[in-house]
Design a protein around this ligand. Sequence first.
Ligand code: B12
Length: 478
Amino acid sequence: MKIAFVFPPFSHKRFEEDIDVVSREFTQPPPIGLAYAAAIAENAGHEAIIIDANYRPGLTKKQVLDRIRAFGADLLGFMLTAYMFRQTLDWIRYLKEKTGKPVVTGNILLDIYAAEIMTHSEIDYGVIGPAVRTLPALLKAIERNEQIGGMRGVCYRRGDDIIVNPPDTLREDFDILPFPARHLLPNHKYSTIISKKKNFTIMITSKGCTGKCGFCYIKNIPYSARSPERVVDEIEECNRKYGIREIEFFDPIFTLNKNRVIHICREIRKRNIKIAWACRARVDHMDEEMLDEMRAAGCRRIYYGVECGNQNILNNINKNITLKQVKDMIGLTKKRGILTLGFFLIGAPGDTVESIEETIKFALELDLDYAQFHKTMAKPAGVLYEQVKKYTGRDYWREYILGTAGEERLPSPWTEVSEEEIERLTVKAYRKFYFRPSRLFKIIAGIQSPEEFFRYVRSGIGMLMVKSDINKTGHGAE
Ligand code: B12
């Protein structure tokens, strides 16, 4: 069968944790989840394409339709996230209507709201949970026009009934997953605002986290990781086959297991792979030996979860680190010439206007190269969302997916700081951090290409003109 996986453009939404300029400019990333699904389909003997309509300047619906037709697709595939659900659904509607082809969907949202998703008649199938066995089984059944029945991990419609089968029991270890089908992606297109080299890609080598941070749902996902050899096999494939010279690891915390990190670094060097890379880390899992190994293997940026500049709030959110550890580790990282980025939460559980001001002050004091300030927001599932449900007495995401609620700025009942103040302080944090002469000078001095220069110019202008999410309008109820 021929499957066209489509990645529609995604744009800023009121319920996002990023301010609009950041979600607009931060990344032009590859749809790696779709590339996994495509690789699984190809391994099962099907032919696949990925149509990435998101990277700038983006493709129109009509252009995507023409590509689907030229390919002769029998089936269309889409990934679903809560934030982009309605935008993706618009695309699914159009493409389904014009092609009449069945639509299969997948990704984390199916694990949470399969029944609600399936109320939209333009979606024919959903893959819940691990796709490595479920997707081939589903594709086989569709191809042979067989009954789906109780097939694990599949939701579908039978007449007027919505059938939601339980997910596959397989623990989807990374080593049983194929590498993402990067041969189907325009690898020369991708970047992030701070990436330096082309070709660029993102990679994910582990799931879950052993941390216990109160604001994060990832702690509920058991930690599993690809073996170091296979990680370096994927890096090598990227480098030698697709000309990729820079990789950003999207693992929640790449550095959780010291031995694994050191093993990966030594293997990169042993195979003489010249690659620059960046990853996410916790300050308390790092040490000087790791930093030396990482630097020698091409690590150029580390993104630390700092979260707050007030020790009480840090304790309150169970981050289990101290402000001193943050300062020390950023110092040690910089000493090795590795650039640092700090992630900060604005409006974290227990935050007050004063503690947010302390966070901003702390971010300025730290000798960070970059900072990202997130409004603390509730995504479906997780502790924070439970609080929102209790506070509002409704399941907003369920309504959004059903189409009975429009795009809303969700409340943050875990802090006394108002939504308006959170918006204002987040923008203030960005402006204070980036519009310092010393920071601007360093950014300009580090620019390596005209493209990078224009990304910064756009972001700078965007940050000056940023609009609050409070009064914006977005997708309304249907
Ligand atoms: C890499 C990544 C991205 C990449 C690639 C996206 C992609 N999936 O192609 C980029 C940067 C583009 C991205 C963008 C966004 N992301 Co993202 N992303 C991730 C991340 C870090 C890893 C996903 C991944 O590749 N995992 C590895 C693979 C192997 O596992 P998997 O994703 O579960 O996929 C398996 C199955 O789900 C299935 N599958 C996945 N997709 C599909 C599609 C089909 C058709 C089928 C059949 C099966 C299938 O196959 C895989 C193998 O079993 C996750 C967090 C996490 N650690 O999981 C967030 C995450 C999925 N993203 C999230 C969000 C919110 C976004 C954005 C809205 C961010 C933004 N503000 O712009 C956008 C939305 C994009 C969109 N169009 O909807 C949320 C989703 C929350 C939710 N409940 O919906 C997550 C959970 C992070 C978080 N905690 O906030 N993301």
